[in-house]
Structure formats: C-alpha cells, structure tokens
Design a protein around this ligand. Sequence first.
Ligand SMILES: Cc1cc2nc3c(=O)[nH]c(=O)nc-3n(C[C@H](O)[C@H](O)[C@H](O)COP(=O)(O)O)c2cc1C
Length: 194
Amino acid sequence: MTFDPQQVNDLIRTRRSIFVPQFEPGKIIPDDIIWQLLENANWAPSHKRTESWRFTVFTGVGLQKLADFQATLYKETAGSKFDEGKYQKLLAMPPQCSHVIAIGMKRVDEGLPEIEEIEAVACAVQNLALSAHAYGLGGFWSSGGVTYTEAAKAFFGLGSADKLLGFFNLGYVRTPGSVGKRGPVQEKVQWVAE
Ligand SMILES: Cc1cc2nc3c(=O)[nH]c(=O)nc-3n(C[C@H](O)[C@H](O)[C@H](O)COP(=O)(O)O)c2cc1C
C-alpha cells in the first residue's frame, strides 16, 4: 500500500481546533462516521497493548444528560469558587455539539508507568482528531469543567485508578479555524549525528 506523503502532511498541518461557536448549528454527524473516527482512535499504539482509551459518546438527548450532569456536579463541588458564567457554559455547551466524546484512560496494567497509559489515550485522540478533519468535521479537545475530578468518573464508567481526560466536542464546520501557528520545529529538536 502506498500513500501520498504530501496529503498526510497537509492533513496534519491543516487540522485546527474548531470551537463550538464555529459549528453549524443543529447539523448532526451520521453515527457511522463517528464509528469510523472511533475505529481509527482504536488503532493507536499502546505499550503492552493495553488499549487504555475508553470513550463515552453523547448525542441526541444524551447531550442534555451530559450538560445536566456536569453543571450539577460543578455546582455541588465548586464551593466558594462557584462562578455562574462557568455553570451556564457547562450547561449550554454540549447541546450545541453534534456529538461529545468523553475521553477516559482505563488503568489496565499497574505494572506500566501510568503516564504510558495516558500517552496511549492521547495518541488515540489525535487519530480521532485527524480523522474528523479528513471527514470535513470540526472538533476540539476540552479539559475544563469536571475533567480530572474524582466525582465525575463513575458517570463515564471509570474507576478510581482511571482518569477522565476531557471531552472531544464535534460538529460540522460553519466558520473555519485560523491558519494556525507553530514555533519553528528546529528550536525543539536536538540532532546528534556524531
Ligand atoms: C490535552 C488538551 C487539552 C485541551 N483543552 C482545551 C480546553 O480546555 N479549552 C480549549 O479551548 N482548548 C483546549 N485544547 C485545544 C487547544 O486550545 C488547541 O489545540 C491549541 O490552541 C492549538 O490549536 P490547534 O488545535 O488549532 O492547532 C486542548 C488541547 C489538548 C491537546
């Protein structure tokens, strides 16, 4: 099998985070496309093949269920830090997406450093993000709200040794992302040849 490297370069370099206000309101992605994204996520590498990624997909009325859960949990646990704007955002955001995919790390092998099971999930999410871009969809990884909180885990089928790493929010693109910006790769690389 051969691939056009330039197409891969273009796919990777033109992927941008597309945020909720940039989504086409009310336009729903077919579930079979979401399954293709999940299938590609599932082909990520993982040390000792732990396949530590776990996803919960919310769509339809499920989006309201997610919104209610995360806003209520935030309200119950924020204490003196409670911020009405943040509460309203947690309530409003999921129903504006076509699908929201909760990103979990299942601690499969306690013999491995935990970071490796997290790293494998990040690889899976990048597969998902690039696949979404290839299908002409928009999305972004959000890690605010109830992400990383102990009390949220059970709702997403996660146990105490597992981690909730955030959400991948998906929709059709109404307003494309910016061109994107990165510092030169040369500043991040040491090259040892002799
Ligand atoms: C682990 C992770 C967590 C992120 N969390 C958030 C977030 O909570 N809110 C947000 O607006 N963007 C979040 N992002 C998206 C970044 O803002 C985005 O990737 C960055 O600005 C670079 O833009 P690009 O994705 O278009 O290249 C997250 C990205 C990653 C990888």
